[in-house]
Design a protein around this ligand. Structure first.
Ligand SMILES: Cc1cc2nc3c(=O)[nH]c(=O)nc-3n(C[C@H](O)[C@H](O)[C@H](O)COP(=O)(O)O)c2cc1C
Length: 186
């Protein structure tokens, strides 16, 4: 099994990374190969809403016309058996890099060609409110909605706040291990 962690934060030492790494530890403990990407390091533009009606070749061909890192990451997702979406909570919402990627992904996933290898893929969501600690459940709802719309099978969603990070790290290790076993059964 192969899992891909997609980070919406840029800090590999940050709270979101710590939470995601706990999930990765649980996966690795079950011999799952884990890869990770940090979206702010990639060049991924926001959607251009190409045509007057708001659509573009995303609707007709299931791909995006913008020549940037989007397609390569889509291919990485298609190789993965499970994807962990790690979101730092910004304004009780998704981070800008995660939003830009998912906005484009949900469009291509409306088409058979675009959603091939993505539809039905297991997913875990992690939303870390690392400031005051508010907004993780609200961000989790938004993440769940958009990731599910892309066709992923959202197996679990873990909201985290700065004040319960230590406790949630343990939950996330168990969740990673559980995901590996769950995936093996389906
Ligand atoms: C623009 C912005 C908005 C933020 N909004 C919230 C928020 O609504 N609630 C909260 O607890 N923390 C908020 N934070 C803090 C982030 O959640 C925190 O930086 C993040 O979870 C941890 O980032 P890290 O993974 O890079 O350590 C915000 C941070 C930024 C930069």
């Amino acid at each position: 099994m192969q899992a891909l962690i997609i980070h919406g934060s840029r800090n590999p030492e940050g709270q979101t990374a710590r939470a995601a790494e706990a999930c990765a530890d649980g996966l690795r403990g079950q011999d799952v190969k884990v890869e990770k990407v940090f979206l702010p390091e990639l060049g991924i533009e926001r959607c251009r809403q190409c045509e007057a009606n708001g659509w573009g070749i995303c609707r007709s061909e299931g791909r995006c016309i913008i020549d940037d890192d989007f397609e390569a990451l889509c291919q990485q997702i298609r190789q993965a058996d499970a994807v962990v979406w790690a979101n730092p909570v910004y304004f009780s919402d998704l981070s800008e890099s995660l939003r830009a990627f998912l906005d484009r992904l949900r469009r291509i996933c409306r088409h058979e060609a675009g959603k091939e290898g993505i539809d039905g893929t297991l997913a875990i969501g992690i939303c870390v409110a690392g400031g005051g600690g508010g907004g993780a459940p609200a961000a989790a709802m938004k993440l769940e909605e958009i990731v599910s719309r892309c066709g992923f099978d959202m197996a679990d969603m873990i909201p985290v706040r700065r004040q319960n990070l230590e406790h949630k790290v343990e939950v996330l290790k168990l969740t990673g291990a559980w995901l590996a076993g769950y995936s093996a059964r389906v």
